[in-house]
Design a protein around this ligand. Structure first.
Ligand code: HEC
Ligand code: HEC
Length: 297
């Protein structure tokens, strides 16, 4: 190997890196993507509940009374380090009080920050990206009705090379879902359920196993997964394992009781707190969808 060859190799690698970075640079929604949608806080509250935003963005010591103070600070351990949910309260400096609907939509639908950086997929925009832009405009209006909190967001504890946000573009190019996982559904109710499960409810982020790069294994969609925080497994909720009746499921989603009078535990407890506040029609839609998912043994 002579120095000319080495120089050529370094140059080629540099060029390849620049090309990949350019091809995977953060994207924003096209201008006007949100035009004509109504700022409807009541609808936004439903989106907030179905999306489970409070489950991650309340403070670690939040109580029932401070459930809507989205001060952030909860840590999420992963094989790549610990991510901390930021302050998304209505504070203009510490939170997102100064954000437009467009800023929020770019975060949730594109995983892109107002400064034009990629977000980590610990923030489940990986699911929210399939949300209806009208729902995001409504959500923006609802978040503006919540209190502000001055607590600064905590920096993530993630080591090199995972602390380089530019590299996330490649992850996004490889793994972001552009479409629904379950394409064939029997009716409009199951399709509504798909929207609530695959997009807003981000149920697959917990109930689907992950590959080495933190990507969801879509061939085992909702087939159960290792629990990232502690012992036990997150259950398989495909028809192969879910033997509960529709009423059992409705009872679980509204009261947290299983058919054998056990109570919901772990991360699902907070999911149920939100689901319990959704209209029964939506819960029935989720159940219809779960019945139509391909069984995973
Ligand atoms: C599983 C936990 C989790 C859930 C659920 C979640 N988030 Fe987040 N969110 C995060 C994490 C972690 C980040 C930090 C991402 C990063 O820094 O790249 C984040 C970042 C954000 C940001 C960017 C804030 C900033 O300062 O740049 C916004 C806005 C946001 N989330 C809004 C929401 C909304 C709205 C919902 C509900 C629809 C939601 N999040 C649900 C974990 C979550
Ligand atoms: C943050 C992670 C997380 C999310 C998001 C999540 N789940 Fe769960 N889910 C769990 C865990 C953990 C359990 C086990 C609860 C227990 O041990 O009591 C569970 C249990 C369940 C069960 C009971 C299954 C059984 O056999 O015991 C159902 C049904 C269920 N989830 C449906 C859903 C649906 C529908 C969604 C989306 C709206 C969802 N989950 C979102 C973590 C999650």
């Amino acid at each position: 190997m002579n120095w000319r060859f080495l120089l050529g190799l370094v140059g080629a690698l540099g060029l390849a890196a620049v090309t990949v970075l350019a091809a995977t640079a953060p994207r924003r929604l096209p201008p006007g993507a949100l035009d004509g949608f109504e700022s409807d806080p009541a609808r936004g509250r439903q989106v907030f509940l179905a999306g489970g935003c409070a489950s991650c963005h309340t403070a670690p010591d939040a109580t029932r009374a401070t459930r809507l103070v989205l001060a952030g600070g909860r840590g999420f351990k992963s094989p790549f380090g610990t991510f901390y949910a930021p302050n998304i309260s209505n504070d203009a400096d510490a939170g997102i009080g100064g954000w437009s609907a467009d800023d929020l939509a770019n975060a949730l639908l594109r995983g892109t920050s107002p400064e034009g950086a990629h977000y980590y997929p610990a923030f489940p925009y990986t699911s929210y990206r399939l949300a209806d832009p009208a729902d995001i405009v409504a959500l923006r209006a609802y978040l503006a009705t919540l209190p502000g909190d001055p607590t600064p967001s905590r920096a993530h504890d993630v080591a090199f090379p995972f602390n380089m946000r530019a590299g996330l573009g490649l992850w996004k190019a490889l793994f972001l879902r552009a479409d629904w996982v379950v394409r064939d559904l029997p009716d409009a109710r199951a399709e509504r359920g798909r929207y609530l499960v695959e997009a807003l409810g981000h149920c697959g982020e917990c109930h689907t196993p992950r590959g080495a790069l933190g990507n969801l294994d879509l061939t085992r969609w909702l087939g159960g997964a290792a629990n990232p925080v502690g012992a036990g497994r997150i259950p398989n909720i495909t028809p192969a394992r879910l033997s509960w009746s529709d009423d059992d499921l409705l009872g679980y989603f509204t009261t947290g009781f299983t058919p054998d009078y056990d109570t919901v535990g772990g991360a699902m407890a907070e999911v149920v707190e939100n689901l319990a506040l959704l209209p029964e029609e939506d819960l029935r839609a989720i159940i219809a969808y779960l019945r139509a998912v391909p069984p995973v043994k």
